[in-house]
Design a binder for this molecule. Structure first.
Ligand SMILES: [Cu+2]
Length: 506
């Protein structure tokens, strides 16, 4: 309504101005050219004053009217530790430039009114004036120095990198630890990368970029194996974050407006930014709730108020092409426990997309990380079985142990799983077990029994070699007698060929 009223006023004023022009044109015809020109000068000169008054009043009024939508004011105060320094530099600069702006506008229009052309009046030609030169050189120089030095001071504070002795981790605790994440811009999205458990981002090489490997991560670098690629930025409140910013094609700009973070993403030249978020998304929303501007339904989701659907965002602030607008990503600042929960839901890009593909340099090998994971699974299984009542048969199958084809020779690369059992036997010194070998139903039954017996014995020998007393061990070959799956399918037969152990007593 208010906007319609203002528009109507502007239209009316325009019509009035045009009408006055028409009237003066008509009177010019009547009074003659020269007199008409003087009259026009007089009326133009007089209009200068109301024009500048209305113009300046509108400037101030619109700034006040829209203040709650502007960064740095009202609800949009900065949400990062360094943000207030940027805001205060902006405000100081605005203060001085506003003085200059108002002074020049007022003088410009007032002079146009005061020194309007009149019959018999001549302009004064001023070729040089030392006093004036000094005034308009020294005052701006002093003000500029003040602003530039203040700005540089804030810039150096804001752009300070993290001291080398600080540690990059995934879960920072305190000031000397930080999270390093990476944002890579391309037409048209941000590809995000987090460091994984080791807290360190792995190395990259643009030559390694492929359809499978969008960032060109070098899989020979262990630090890459746990890195993950989330679809949104989630960070814990109050922790220092270093963002490594790169680009894969053209210039982009990594812009987090609410945190006053803005840095170019340059192809071939990684840039960085360090910031500490100090308000969670929820806290920021609660702040917005206090303002009537944000207590209206969200046009995109009318069930909710504008403050409820607010999210921090990552935008590209470089006009990088037609799809530029679609580079928006949501940024969530959460409490530490929520962050932990989110981390648990993330999985390593290497293990979910690269593992055992043609690009995997460790194809066919078992990685330490996998062994660690499998050890945890093994002890989970063991604890579950041990917790069962004695009436239940306690059988655990080896999932990874293999033998050479048709022989009882253990495959060296798979004996690590037997080491899990060695450690379990040491942890439970009174545990007695029986090792059992099983085959599928193909081939001669006697040979199968013999082979399964030999294999169980081989495992027993391995355990003895690792220091487990023979008195706690026995072994048996069942051949095809105890299938756990259908022997008619290859899949079923593979399941039936297995080695397991039974806990006879704990
Ligand atoms: Cu862009």
């Amino acid at each position: 309504m208010a906007i319609a009223f203002i528009l109507a006023c502007i239209v009316l004023i325009a019509i009035i101005v045009v009408q006055i022009g028409r009237v003066s044109e008509l009177s010019a015809k009547i009074r003659g050219e020269e007199e008409a020109e003087q009259a026009a000068n007089r009326s133009s000169g007089r209009l200068m004053i109301p024009f500048v008054v209305v113009f300046l009043v509108l400037c101030v009024a619109s700034a006040i009217y829209y203040k709650n939508w502007m960064l740095g004011f009202g609800p949009l105060e900065s949400a990062s530790a360094h943000g207030s320094a940027i805001d205060s530099i902006f405000n100081t600069t605005t203060f001085f430039t506003a003085i200059v702006f108002f002074a020049t506008q007022i003088l410009l229009f007032y002079f146009a009114y005061k020194y309007q052309q009149r019959p018999g009046r001549k302009a004064l030609f001023l070729s040089h004036d030392n006093k004036l030169e000094v005034i308009w050189t020294i005052i701006p120089a002093v003000v500029m120095t003040f602003l530039v030095v203040g700005g540089l001071d804030a810039w150096n504070m804001i752009m300070a990198d993290i001291p080398v002795e600080n540690r990059s981790v995934l879960r920072p605790q305190g000031e000397d630890e930080f999270i390093e994440i990476e944002g890579t811009g391309y037409q048209f999205a941000w590809h995000l990368r987090y460091p994984g458990e080791d807290g360190v981002l792995g190395t990259k090489n643009y030559r390694k970029i492929s359809a499978l490997n969008p960032l060109g991560q070098d899989w020979n670098d262990d630090k890459n194996l746990d890195d993950f690629h989330p679809s949104e930025i989630v960070l814990p409140v109050g922790q220092q974050v270093r963002v490594r910013i790169t680009s894969r094609d053209v210039l982009h700009n990594f812009y987090l407006p609410h945190f006053r973070v803005k840095m170019d993403a340059v192809p071939g030249l990684p840039t960085y930014f360090v910031f500490t978020p100090v308000k969670t998304t929820d806290e920021f929303r609660k702040g917005l709730k206090e303002y009537p501007e944000y207590n209206v339904p969200d046009p995109e989701d009318p069930e909710k108020m504008l403050w409820e659907t607010f999210d921090y965002e990552l935008a590209c602030a470089e006009l990088c092409g037609t799809g530029h607008y679609s580079m928006r990503r949501v940024v969530k600042i959460v409490e530490q426990n929520e962050y932990e929960e989110w981390l648990r839901g993330q999985s390593s890009y290497y293990f979910s997309s690269i593992r055992n593909s043609d690009e995997d340099p460790y194809k066919g090998e078992v990685l330490d990380l996998e062994k660690k994971e499998r050890r945890l699974q093994f002890s989970d299984k063991l604890e579950t079985v041990l917790a069962e009542p004695d009436s239940v048969q306690r059988i655990i199958q080896f999932d990874y142990v293999t033998f050479a084809l048709g022989s009882a020779k253990l495959t060296d690369e798979t004996t690590y799983e037997l080491d899990f059992l060695v450690d379990a036997m040491k942890k439970y010194p009174s545990m007695i077990i029986q090792l059992a070998g099983h085959t599928d139903n193909t081939g001669d039954i006697n040979m199968n029994v013999e082979l399964s017996q030999a294999r169980a014995q081989q495992v027993e020998a391995y355990l003895v070699e690792k220091g487990i007393s023979e008195t706690r061990l026995s072994s048996k070959g069942y051949g095809p007698a105890r299938p756990i799956a259908d022997n008619d399918t290859e899949e079923g037969r593979a399941k039936n060929r297995r080695t397991e152990f039974e806990i006879l007593s704990k």
